[in-house]
Every structure is written in C-alpha cells, then in structure tokens.
Design a protein around this ligand. Sequence first.
Ligand code: MLT
Length: 372
Amino acid sequence: MTVKNLIENNRGIIKERARQISWLEFAAMEEKEKIIFLNNSKTGNPFHVLFAQQFSRNSLNLLCQVADKARAIHKYRDEGRRFLKNLLFGTYALNFIIQPSTRTFLSFQTAQEILGMSIRDIRDPNTSSEAKGETLEDSVRTFSSYVDLMIMRHPDERAVEKGAWVLNKSDRRIPIINAGSGKDQHPTQALTDIYTLHKSFDGKIDSRTIVMCGDLQRGRTVRSLSYLMRNYQNMKLIFVSPFRLRMENDIKNFLDRHHIPYQEEDNLEKVISLADAIYMTRIQDEWDKGKEQGVQSVGPKYKFKKEYLNLMKEDAVLMHPLPKRHEIDEEIGYSNDKRVVFWRQERNGMWIRVALIAVIFQKEQKILKYTT
Ligand code: MLT
C-alpha cells in the first residue's frame, strides 16, 4: 500500500470515528488526541482552531510568512487587492461573537473582507434561536447550513469545542475558530502575539525572556501564549501578578513538562530590565465573584509607569492584547517610543487572521507564489 493510500485510509477512519464519537468521549480526550479530529490530516495545519497546542513551529512559521506576503500583496494596490479578494470570493463567514469584542471582531471581519468573503454576524444571543431554547449544538448545525466558516466567542469555555464536535458529525463540516473561550484560551490572539514578536525581532523568536504581568489566572491571552512557547528554543517566562491572580497550575505543569523555565514575581519594576518582551494585561474583573474588587486590589507593583521605559532594553517591546486601562500609564500609548508596539499588535492581528483563514482554506500557496 502506498503512503498516500495509507493516509487516505486513515482519513476515512478518522472521519468515521469523528461521526461516531459522543460528546462525553470527545470532551474527556487529552488535547493531543483531540488534535487528530481538529487538524487537517493532509496538511497537518489546523482546520478547526480551538486551542494554541494545535500549532507547531512549522505552522506558526507558515502563518507568519503568509501574513507578511498577504500584506505585501495588499500594498500592491488594486491588482493585489483584487487577487486577495478573489481567493475566497463566493464564500460566507459567520462571526458568532456574543461577548464584548472590538479588536477580535473587527480584525476577523476585515480579514474576511480582504479575502473576499461575505460576512454575517450574531453578536447578541437574544437575537438568535438560543433565546427560544435551541441547544448550542442545533444552533451551530443551523449556522453551518448558511456559511463556510464560523468564528465563535462564547463565555462557556467548552462551547467552541462542542461546536467543532457537532460539525465533525455533520455533512456540512465547516471550520470553526475560537475567538475567545471564557477564561480558557484565545488562540488567535496568541497568533497575533507571535506574529508581533516575529516582526519585532526580525523572525528570531528563540532565546527570549517574556514578562507577563497582570491577571494571569483569568487572562486567556497569556494562557494561550504560554502554550505556544513550546515551539521555540530557550524561552524563559517571568510571571508577575498579585498572589491571588497567579498563573494556574495547568499552564505551569505544561511548562514543566516541556522544560520551559518560568519564575513568579510580584513586582514588575524588578524584572523589566531582564525582558525582551513585556506583555501587560488588564485585570479581568468581569469574572469577579461576590465582593471581590479586582481593579481596586491591584496596586502600583503591577502597573507599567512611564519611567519604566528607561529600564527597558533598547530592543525590547511593550505589548498588550488590549483593551488597556490603568495598568499602563496613559501617555505611553501616545509616546513616540518605537518599543511600544501594542497598536501595531492590533494591526498584526488582522494580517495573521488573513493568513489563518487562507491556510484553513488551503490558499497559502497561491499567496506565497504571487509575484508583485
Ligand atoms: C480578550 O478578549 O481576552 C482580550 O482582548 C484581552 C482582554 O479582554 O483583556
């Protein structure tokens, strides 16, 4: 039997298994087992995008390369823009984003337009049939009757996974992308962050020290970004947070398993000079319970003050997934310091999402081969 036949046969088995598997069985699987049902068995790249662990160094490199090239093509005025628009012309995307979102929503929407997709959105769950008692499974199956790609942000950490499980069972198996699953993960923000590091360090992400500061317990962006560190050599993480908002053990265990050193600190100022990237996050006080007061209980030790720019290495970068509040001095965002990259990070988010959608639809070779 040829290798091609073998893969094709396995593909059939995987497809068949995906149709039979129950939600409880799927939910109980380890991530590495789930990935078999989420990634494209032919290319190895993600088809459904649920969590950061699905990305290999190869797939991250490919995404950065495609994002760079799509950007260059788009600059090539009308001809380049028309070429990009033709790639997915005649296809439809649904942005089912029912938690607050500015950047993720706008960057996905613009990325879809750049690639020529027509766009639908549902942002208020009270306007869809879930409000009439329809199950999430039935809603997802219904959405797939009308569109070719679904983006989902949902407060329930398992909702998007359930969506992928339903779609795998259906004869309209469209891809689904996690745009933020509760407190758990935000894989496309992590791709944005990797692309920002790639651009800031001229493609050389290995051997960097990254400081992550703020609400590390409930911030889904730092969780997803930590997972991606596995793909790089000699990375070091420094977690700075108040004691009660420390990074969860599941991430620390993952880092231990992959021999990625990390240390926990409670004073940002102390570690700034060690960092190649400082990744600030806001306190996720929408998850506060009862009388907890996240914003008020976090003191000046977790705030990036203007004078800290003087402590940063010359080629270090200051990042933030945004929205930001008091955790970064207001003036910093409008200083001309080139190391402050969070506005660029926003735009990078749009281009890496262009690349991700292009890769899911296997259009990356067309982009890479285009000559301007
Ligand atoms: C997110 O959706 O997780 C963010 O963009 C970061 C945040 O809300 O603080």
